[in-house]
Design a protein around this ligand. Structure first.
Ligand SMILES: *[C@@H]1O[C@H](CO)[C@@H](O)[C@H](O)[C@H]1NC(C)=O
Length: 297
């Protein structure tokens, strides 16, 4: 459940919107409670720089690189985010790159009672990033890359509902969950936009992106008829490796620092994003509300 990118191809847009509705079925994990001990997929939603050298769980067998380590992080718990950050700050003197890559489309609430999609896709990453900022600044030039999705185009942030219900909206049917996913992706884009402003005098830059249409394990729990229905679209999907290219571009490409705050797609900045992705007031409001939700203000 690490990559949950919604399907979008420019020329198939309206067709795919219909398909996406079905996709919301596919993308839902089994409604089992996240088991922190056993759900290893959920425990590694953040990509930690290979610079990290201390070790809780060695994963060099899988990667062939003994510099890669795995630390537990449950983004559905702000408490877990805090202890993860404490752990990282205690054991690692540098942080060069943070890739906010986790996403889900599940119902339910986070540990602190936020809607699951808002809490994980936005708020957990928000707190994670903010708590790591000083270390990122001290390690500059450094970067924060946040994987959004073209789904942001269907997103809208209802601040009243967020304030009163700690969720984007009421209701958790599949279509509502899909919309909440889009709202959370708009949050990712606005978060990056605001973060860039706040980082103007630092050597930290940040980018959000649409990773493309990616075939991942996301549909593994789907029913057979959904898999059949989905098969034609599946042929158009790229594999996870090609799907990581825009993320890698934002993380590694030299000379894009002046594009901090931008939204990338196909390894290039998209300069004509929708106005709602450049709404200064909404970006600021989202930041401040997130701070207050996290007890930072
Ligand atoms: C940014 O990096 C440059 C070059 O390494 C350095 O001279 C400058 O002090 C840094 N600025 C900040 C705000 O850290």
């Amino acid at each position: 459940m690490v990559l949950t990118q919604v399907l979008f191809l420019p020329s198939y847009h309206s067709v795919l919107f219909t398909y996406m509705w079905f996709f919301t079925f596919l993308s839902r994990c089994k409604k089992e409670k996240i088991n922190k001990e056993q759900d290893t997929e959920h425990s590694s939603p953040v990509s930690v720089s290979p610079v990290l050298t201390s070790s809780l769980v060695p994963c060099d067998q899988e990667t062939g690189n003994n510099q890669v380590i795995l630390l537990q992080l449950d983004l559905a718990s702000l408490k877990s985010v805090r202890s993860f950050v404490e752990n990282v700050l205690r054991t690692e003197s540098r942080l060069d790159l943070l890739i906010n890559n986790a996403g889900l489309m599940n119902d339910g609430k986070t540990q602190e009672g936020f809607g699951m999609i808002f809490g994980v896709n936005h708020l957990g990453h928000f707190l994670l990033t903010v708590l790591l900022l000083d270390r990122l600044k001290a390690s500059g030039p450094s970067r924060v890359v946040t994987v959004a999705s073209r789904g942001y185009e269907y997103g809208k942030i209802d601040f009243n509902c967020l304030t009163t219900h700690r969720d984007f909206a009421l209701g958790d049917n599949d279509y509502q969950l899909f919309l909440k996913y889009c709202h959370s992706k708009l949050c990712n884009v606005l978060f990056t936009y605001e973060l860039a402003k706040r980082l103007q005098d630092s050597n930290v830059t940040c980018y959000s992106l649409h990773p493309g249409v990616i075939k991942t394990e996301i549909g593994r729990n789907a029913k057979l008829w959904m898999k059949i229905l989905f098969a034609p679209v599946s042929l158009l999907l790229t594999d996870a490796e090609s799907g990581a290219q825009t993320t890698l571009h934002c993380a590694l490409e030299q000379g894009i620092e002046h594009l901090s705050g931008h939204y990338f797609t196909h390894c290039a900045p998209l300069l004509n994003v929708m106005p709602k992705a450049r709404d200064d007031a909404a970006a600021k409001k989202l930041w401040e509300l997130s701070e207050s939700f996290c007890g930072l203000s």
